[in-house]
Each structure stands twice: as C-alpha cells, then as structure tokens.
Design a binder for this molecule. Structure first.
Ligand code: MD6
Ligand code: FE
Length: 193
C-alpha cells in the first residue's frame, strides 16, 4: 500500500480519466448471472475488461463503439510504472486499465481477479476522489475480511502471492470531493497476457 503516492497527480489523473470516458463512455456491465453492476466501468489500453451474460473477458474492442479502447494516457503508464517499481515489480507494462466509477451506494462484491494469464504481475490500483472502504479477505471466499480505508491518491500494488486474495469495495458513502464531485474513481492497471 503506497499511501498518497498519486496525491500530487490526482487532479490530472481524474482529467485524463474523463478524457478516456469521452471516447469510451462509462457503462453498467451485466454479470454472467444477469445482475447489472452498480459500478460504472470503462477501459483504456490494448485490451479492456468486460462482463456480459457469456462471462468475463478482455477484449481489444469496445463493444459499444466497435472500435479500439482509447490508448493509455502517458501519465497513467508513468504512474503505474513508478508505483510497481516502488513495490518491487520493475519494468511493469500493463495491457489494460479498467476505470471504475462509484457513486453513493455503489459497491463491488468480494471477488478474485483471475482473468489475467499473467498471474504474477501486479495489479496497480489508484483511488481518486471520495474515500472508500476496501474489503480484503483471504484465499478462500469464507476467510475473514479486513476493512481498509482508501483515500484519494492512495495506490495499492497487488502482485505475486497476494494476487488471488478475495477483495471488494463496501457501498460508497454519500459525499462531495473537490476532484470528482459525488464519485470515487478507481484505476486498476493489469498485465493481461
Ligand atoms: C476498486 N478494485 O478499488 C476495485 N482488484 O474500485 C479492485 O477490484 C482491485 O483495487 C485487484 C487489485 C486491486 C484492486
Ligand atoms: Fe479486483
């Protein structure tokens, strides 16, 4: 956990995320089980993470537009690379950045990130805007869950043996933040292939 690692670049990161969302708008994906997620999502990079009735996958095309996802902004790559290196993962070259937007009540249920072929490379997760409570469990779904507060600018680098830990985000509390208004934005960088 790199507290406030992205604090100085937070405003510009929010700006760049908005730019991505102009080209590939936030949308509410449907889970394979048929539920619409409460977190709005979009992507940038070589591939983007998707969920629909057929399952989870990474796709080089945005199904809403039929075109490639926006390229990853240089600032995103730079920040993710520096954070990964700081945590002991040099030469980080993420394929994808999933951008999550939470508004009041939005949550992410406990899950494992296991759709990536490269299961050792870290996920770099950047929190922007409203604070959230990150739920951090164990390798099994039933393991006890710790609650971790994530503030704007906090970066979590999650690699190696911790990769398959169950985690989620508790329902977002109502609030206002100077950078994002009534929302929390989370960037998760992944090395997929
Ligand atoms: C979020 N993050 O913080 C959702 N996954 O909005 C994740 O699901 C996540 O932050 C893997 C590693 C770090 C994460
Ligand atoms: Fe995750």
């Amino acid at each position: 956990m790199l507290r406030a690692f992205a604090f100085a670049s937070a405003a510009e990161l929010v700006d760049q995320a908005a730019r991505v969302a102009q080209a590939a708008p936030f949308r509410y994906l449907v889970t394979p089980g048929g539920f619409t997620m409460s977190v709005a999502m979009t992507n940038c990079g070589r591939v983007g993470w998707l969920s629909d009735r057929t399952g989870y996958r990474y796709d080089p095309l945005d199904p809403d537009s039929g075109t490639a996802w926006p390229v990853m902004p240089a600032l995103f790559l730079d920040l993710a690379g520096r954070a990964a290196a700081e945590a002991g993962f040099p030469n980080y070259d993420p394929d994808a950045c999933l951008i999550n937007r939470y508004t009041a009540g939005a949550k992410l249920g406990l899950h494992q990130d296991s759709d990536e072929k490269d299961a050792w490379s870290p996920i770099v997760s950047v929190s922007l805007g409203l604070p959230a409570v990150f739920l951090w469990g164990g390798k099994r779904r039933g393991d006890p869950v710790r609650r971790l507060r994530l503030e704007s600018g906090d970066v979590v680098v999650w690699g190696g043996p911790a990769r398959f830990v169950y985690h989620g985000v508790a329902p977002l509390k109502d609030g206002q933040h100077a950078l994002t208004g009534a929302a929390r934005i989370n960037l998760t960088f992944r090395k997929v292939f």
